[in-house]
Structure formats: C-alpha cells, structure tokens
Design a protein around this ligand. Structure first.
Ligand SMILES: Cc1cc2nc3c(=O)[nH]c(=O)nc-3n(C[C@H](O)[C@H](O)[C@H](O)COP(=O)(O)OP(=O)(O)OC[C@H]3O[C@@H](n4cnc5c(N)ncnc54)[C@H](O)[C@@H]3O)c2cc1C
Length: 508
C-alpha cells in the first residue's frame, strides 16, 4: 500500500458539503452499477470478483492507489530477479476460503511459506544498541506455542471464537460482552495462566496491531482481532501457511486484469448522497495514462493523468476501506455516524526494504529490550519502534523491516525512517554492528500501511460500539467490510464477505 493522496482530508470535507447535480457530468462520466465498492484491498477485490462472477451483478471499484492489493507489497530485486513479499506475507486456510485462489479466472499456485533470510537470530536492544547474551532463548519458541494452544482451547470452550470470527455478526450487546474479553491482554493472560502466549502474539501482531501503546495494556478483543482463534492453530501445527508463487501481488494483478475497466485507480470519492433507494458518488478519478513503474512494486500501475470527475450511480455501496473519520468524511455521514466513527483511535505501521552492504546478511536482528534477559516473558518495546531487520538472503544486502507508532498522524513515513536509521546507528555506535563506512541506509521500497489496530476502548464497547457498527450494515444502502470490522486475515475477511454478500444482493 502506498499513499497517493489526491485530495487532503480538508479538501474532501469541503467538497462533500456540495449538492450533486447530474447535469454537471458528461454522459460518458456517469457510471451506473449495481454495487460501488470503495477500496481494492483483499476485501474489496474479493467482493468485486464474487459479485460480478458469482452473483452476476455489475460493480465498480474505487481504489486510491494505482494497483489493487492493499497491504500486499511484492518487491522485485532487479539484480537477482527474486520477489520478496515485505507487506502481507502469507495465507492460511480458513474454512473453504482457499477455493478463491483456484477459481478458473484467477488460479494462482500456492506453496508452503517459509520465513525469509538465514536461520541466525540476534537479539539486540535497538535503543541501547546492546546485544542480549548469546544464551538468551525467547519463550516464543517453546512455552509460547503451548500457551497459545491453551488460549485456543479457552476461546472455543467459551464460544468466544464464534463471537469474534470471521466477523462480529453474533457479538453480544455491550452489557453482555464477556468481561474477560474487555480486559487488557496482560491481565487476560495472567488470569488464565497463559502469560507465555504474549511473546508469541507480540511479533505475530506486528508488535501490537499498529501499537496502541504498551502491548500488555491493549484490549484483549483488539488483540484477538489480529490473533483470532483460527490463526492460533498455526502455532501448534494444526494449520499450515502458504504464499503465492511469483509473489502475493500476482493474485491482485490477475484480479486487476479480470476486473479491467471496472476499477477506477488513483481515485477517491469526494462527495456523496446515500439513501435507502441507492447512492450517488462523485469521484475524483485520474485519467489513466500508460502503465508506469511503481517504486518498490512488482508490477506497473496505472499512471496518473489529469483528474476527471465521475459520477457513480449505484444501488448499493460497499465500503472496504479502514473506517476512519478521514476516510468516511466524503460519505454524507449523519451526526450519529460521525460520532460513531470518530471514536476509534488508530496507530500506524510501515514496512520497508532497507539496503546496506555492511549489515549482516543471513541474519535477523530482532529488537528486544535488555530487560527481556531477566524476564523473557516481557519482550515488549516502547513505541515507536522497528521490530526487526530481517536479511532477505545470505547473498543480498537487502533487509525487510516493520515499524509501528502509536499515534496515526504523528507517525508518517518520514518519522518511521528516522526511527529505523537511528536504530541502525545506535547498534553501530555500541559496537554491535560494524562501521557503516559512510554508506547511507537506503530504503529501496517503502509501504505505509496506514491506520492499524482496532482503537475502541472497553468502555465504548460496553456502550455498544460493536452493536452500533453492525446495526449500520445495510442502512442507507451502505455495507461495511474489511479489517476495520472483522478478523484481520485475508482468508477470514473473504469468509466474512461470503456471509455478507448474500445480504447485499437481497433485493438487487
Ligand atoms: C504489515 C501487515 C502485514 C500483514 N500480513 C498479513 C499476512 O501475512 N496474512 C494475512 O492474512 N493478513 C495479513 N495482514 C492483515 C491484512 O490487513 C489483511 O489480510 C487484509 O489484507 C486486509 O484487507 P482489507 O481489504 O480489509 O484492507 P486493506 O488491505 O487496507 O485494503 C484497503 C484498500 O482501500 C484502499 N483505500 C484506502 N482508503 C481509501 C479511500 N479513501 N478511497 C479509496 N481507496 C482507499 C487502499 O489503498 C487499499 O487498497 C497484514 C497487515 C499488515 C498491516
């Protein structure tokens, strides 16, 4: 995911105040469809394919970026020709969701997923640059999986798995939410004697789902969204992990070809009208020039030309974008909807590929606080942080990295780059890494993964935030999907879509 903002949030708000007059649009700029889908990530792209191919409905996808795929980032190393997935890494089978990969129009091949780089892991405190002792063993390799299995059994025994995956259709009303799920994850783990699961959940959730502060203080429900029961099976060997041959972007390239002109790239909604009888959207859409190189991406995307305004007239709207206040500003929200969507607070995460010839190839440098030596069950970092630098191959100067910050607006790519560069310099200054000999760390690919985490407090959930969220489904011809409101794994989001699509097409 890159950020190609066509309009600033302020400009969008201003534009959204206007009325929509069909006479302002040329006939060829008015698009009539059954369903307008906003966002072409895993959720939006899947919904578009299924609505068009399986339900015979016409669709248009409005995607802000020049390519489909959302959190997928496939980098092609031009020197070696190898592909590296440095955003979304893998897929695991959830119910029958893998059938989507083998649809005749898509038909991508999956292979077992293995982590990149060499086997050697060095544990280093990136804030002091000091290495933990060579005998240090983190619990995520032994006690962690056992505790994760107990977590799994606890979730299923209480029926908490079905409440929280793939989405929250069956979630209880605020006052009936099980109290355990509203505990901070640290307290939840302690109460059930499964503290060792935390150090496994921590890296798996990118250090705390967009890192809304100290990991142990994050709401259990929020962690469960990023570490659902179905995913936990991976850690005790009940489920395997796969990636797409040729890189994960390949799937979305195929979908892009399949959907053809039904996707508007480099496009954003700037004004809208929603009612129970249908929706109208004004879209700032770039006229598409020839395919252009996309920095750090495996494929060319649609180049941006002069923006044109288009009017979409559709029977239904499916929002497959993070439901942030900024994203939803152009969607003609009622005061109650505005209040609802202004509650969640989001963190921000980035992934990147850094290049430096003096960093140790074949090694993962994992960031752990020195205190983890005495207390390996607490490997948690203060935000903002880089979780690790992972060598992509023993013969390559490339390292993937992931970085998280607590406050969305305070952690743009420029800040995350500073944090990454500082971490490397600190390790050099401490003598843990060799001198960089004046060579700058270069980021050959960068992806801003935008708002992360769930960001709703226990109090807001008790007051019915989730109930209200799902009560909005279908109102004013509008539906919501995506990782903002369902379990945050592609295959689970696809199952969430499956449950929703029957509802959307009713009456179409
Ligand atoms: C770093 C990272 C790694 C991950 N790794 C994995 C993994 O290995 N396996 C896994 O299953 N899941 C992984 N996930 C979880 C991932 O979020 C989901 O699997 C899934 O990709 C989410 O898809 P989505 O469509 O709901 O959201 P997104 O992928 O965020 O898609 C939203 C789309 O909407 C577009 N968009 C956003 N705002 C607007 C707007 N205003 N107008 C128009 N378009 C807009 C975006 O460009 C994007 O294409 C990872 C997440 C992150 C952040």
């Amino acid at each position: 995911m890159r950020t190609a903002t066509i309009l600033t949030a302020g400009a969008i708000s201003a534009a959204s105040a206007g009325r929509i007059n069909r006479a302002d649009f040329r006939r060829e700029d008015i698009i009539y469809k059954d369903v307008a889908i906003i966002g072409g990530g895993a959720s939006g792209a899947h919904a578009a394919v299924r609505l068009r191919q399986d339900y015979n409905k016409s669709v248009v996808v409005v995607e802000r970026e020049p390519i489909l795929g959302g959190h997928v980032d496939t980098y092609v190393d031009k020197t070696t020709g190898r592909t590296h997935d440095y955003g979304l890494a893998l897929y695991f089978p959830y119910l029958d969701s893998f059938d989507f990969f083998s649809r005749p129009e898509i038909n991508v091949t999956l292979s077992p997923w293995f982590p990149a780089g060499g086997n050697e892991v060095r544990y280093i405190d990136f804030t002091s640059g000091q290495e933990l002792t060579s005998t240090f063993q983190p619990p995520d390799e032994s006690a962690g999986p056992i505790a994760v299995k107990k977590f799994h059994d606890l979730m299923t025994a209480n029926g908490w798995d079905n409440m929280t995956q793939p989405g929250y259709w069956g979630f209880p009303a605020g006052k009936d939410i099980p109290a355990d799920l509203l505990l901070p994850i640290g307290q939840f783990a302690k109460k059930h004697g499964i503290e060792a699961m935390l150090s496994t959940m921590y890296p798996s959730t990118g250090g705390g789902v967009g890192s809304r502060g100290n990991f142990e203080d994050i709401l259990t429900l929020s962690i469960i969204k990023a570490f659902p029961t179905a995913w936990s099976k991976v850690f005790f060997g009940e489920v395997a992990m796969f990636s797409i041959d040729g890189g994960n972007q390949f799937l979305y390239d195929k979908i892009s070809t399949l959907l053809g002109k039904d996707v508007l790239y480099n496009s954003q909604v700037v004004n809208s009208k929603r009612s129970n009888s249908g929706i109208e959207l004004v879209v700032d859409s770039a006229r598409l020039d020839d395919d252009e190189e996309q920095p750090g991406k495996s494929r060319k995307g649609k180049g941006k030309g002069k923006a044109t305004k288009k009017l979409i007239i559709a029977k239904k709207l499916l929002l497959a974008i993070p439901p942030t206040r900024e994203n939803l500003a152009p969607f003609d929200l009622t005061p109650a909807e505005k209040a609802h969507f202004s509650k969640p607070k989001y963190g921000r995460s980035h992934t990147a590929i850094a290049k430096h010839s003096k960093l140790p190839a074949g090694v993962q440098l994992r960031n752990l606080p020195l205190s983890a030596t005495a207390n390996p069950l607490s490997p948690f970092l203060q935000t903002p942080f880089v979780l690790s630098f992972t060598s992509l191959a023993t013969d390559s100067p490339l390292f993937s990295l992931g970085s998280s910050g607590t406050n969305y607006t305070a952690f743009p790519p420029s800040e995350a780059k500073k944090v990454a560069r500082k971490a490397i310099q600190t390790m050099v200054d401490a003598g843990t890494l060799p001198d960089l000999e004046g060579e700058e760390v270069e980021f050959v690919a960068w992806s801003d993964h935008g708002p992360g985490g769930f960001g709703v407090s226990a109090q807001e959930l008790r007051e019915g935030w989730m109930e209200d969220m799902y009560a909005l489904q279908g109102k004013r011809s509008t539906w919501f999907t995506g990782n903002g409101i369902a379990a945050d794994f592609t295959t689970m989001l696809w199952k969430f879509n499956d449950q929703m699509l029957d509802r959307i097409v009713e009456g179409l």
